[in-house]
Design a protein around this ligand. Structure first.
Ligand code: SAH
Ligand code: SF4
Length: 365
């Protein structure tokens, strides 16, 4: 970028200038019909290739265009920004149209920087242990609202850096992994999630293999995603290894029972040649028993999947608690002894989790 940006004077919202993220990158010219075509290409570059925090940081576009998008560069406002773990965990609560809450969390590790994004405001799936599920469904996020979370975090990272990361990641600082593990069930918002993936992969040039879609088991969506051209990773949130218990924790299990979910995961693995992840949130006395561990190991070994366990992050509306460290260790031991591949994920940025209730993230493998 050349020189400091000119100061901008923005006079309130301009309702006739929607965020350019809400329009397909190929059609940006429609927003600036009086400008030569190369301006739309430049605009796409600032939105997707070298994203900026605000329109006034764009250096090579005419002031008129910058002013036009001044207060609407992103399709949301930043309502809360929090930081923990010495700046290595950052959480944002964005506020989209119609008051929709959108949460993203950025986590820096020594050798990777993972961004967790949301696909819906709220969630209709009603998993008993999940704050988002307890909160209910608000609305689907638009493709632009999903991909703009990635752009915003990338811009923030470029502007503020990431302490404690390997030099090859920090210069320039960039996101290495994206996980759909924030609010919402991505495969229940298939069309928009698909378009957000297309933009990430084909426009932002993010490697499909560095993106993980996490699902609670929306079987038709798992099948559709398997038939897309991209080698995106799939994480399947199982939480229980028999239908009776799973239906209690994950109501969707009544519609798509365990065997169908596992079959769809197997098909995904066979088509993509990518290892599936199984997500398992440990709840004290509920799904942390040796019996569940044995059954889980059988499923994981058969699928060749990797299990990520995390201790429950308690939510206000249930009495569920995370197991103590000894029970967690015992569960992991059982799964390993039975031939399952398993890792315990730490809960990142717990001191900033309170407001969010759910975004207790682990990185995708
Ligand atoms: N709807 C998708 C993706 C978002 S939830 C899914 O369920 O996979 C992302 C992950 O967070 C899921 O594995 C979910 O089980 C887990 N999760 C939800 N609530 C949690 C809580 N209170 N503590 C720990 N993990 C939780
Ligand atoms: Fe929705 Fe996932 Fe939460 Fe279940 S765990 S309610 S699917 S966000």
């Amino acid at each position: 970028m050349s020189g400091p940006p000119e100061p901008l004077r923005i006079t309130g919202p301009q309702p006739d200038a929607p965020s350019p993220y809400l329009i397909e990158p190929e059609n940006l010219g429609e927003l600036i019909p009086d400008e030569p075509a190369y301006r739309a290409t430049q605009l796409a570059g600032w939105l997707y290739r070298t994203p900026v925090l605000a329109a006034d940081a764009v250096s090579n576009l005419p002031t008129g265009i910058r002013q036009r998008f001044g207060s609407h560069w992103y399709p949301f406002d930043v309502e809360i920004e929090q930081s923990a773990d010495g700046g290595r965990t950052r959480k944002w609560l964005f506020r989209g149209a119609k008051g929709a809450s959108i949460e993203s969390v950025l986590m820096g590790y020594p050798r990777r920087i993972t961004l967790c994004i949301s696909s819906q405001a709220g969630c209709a799936m009603g998993c008993t242990f999940c704050a988002t599920g307890q909160f209910g469904f608000e609305r689907h996020l638009e493709a632009g609202e999903i991909v703009a979370q990635v752009a915003y975090a990338a811009a923030h990272l470029r502007r503020h850096g990431m302490p404690g990361t390997a030099p090859h990641l920090a210069d320039p600082p960039h996101i290495t992994n994206i996980v759909f593990m924030g609010m919402g069930e991505p495969l229940a918002n298939y069309r928009r999630v698909r378009e957000s993936l297309r933009r990430m992969i084909e426009v932002m040039a993010i490697g499909a293999r560095s993106i993980t879609v996490s699902t609670v088991g929306v079987v038709p969506g798992m099948r559709q995603l398997a038939d897309e051209p991209w080698q995106v990773n799939l994480a399947v949130s199982l939480h229980a290894a028999d239908d009776e218990l799973r239906s209690r924790l994950v109501p969707l299990n009544d519609r798509y029972p365990l065997a169908e979910v596992v079959a769809a995961a197997r098909r995904y693995r066979d088509i993509k040649g990518r290892r599936i992840s199984i997500e398992w949130t440990l709840i004290d006395g509920v799904n942390d028993t040796p019996e569940q561990g044995v059954r889980l190991a059988a499923i994981a070994a058969d699928l060749g999947a990797h299990v990520n366990v995390i201790a429950l992050n308690p939510t206000p509306l249930t009495a569920d608690r995370p197991p103590g460290d000894d029970r967690v260790a015992r569960f992991i031991e059982v799964v390993q002894q039975e031939g399952g591949n398993i890792t315990l994920r730490d809960t990142r940025g717990q001191d900033i989790d309170a407001a969010c209730g759910q975004l207790r993230i682990r990185a995708a493998t």
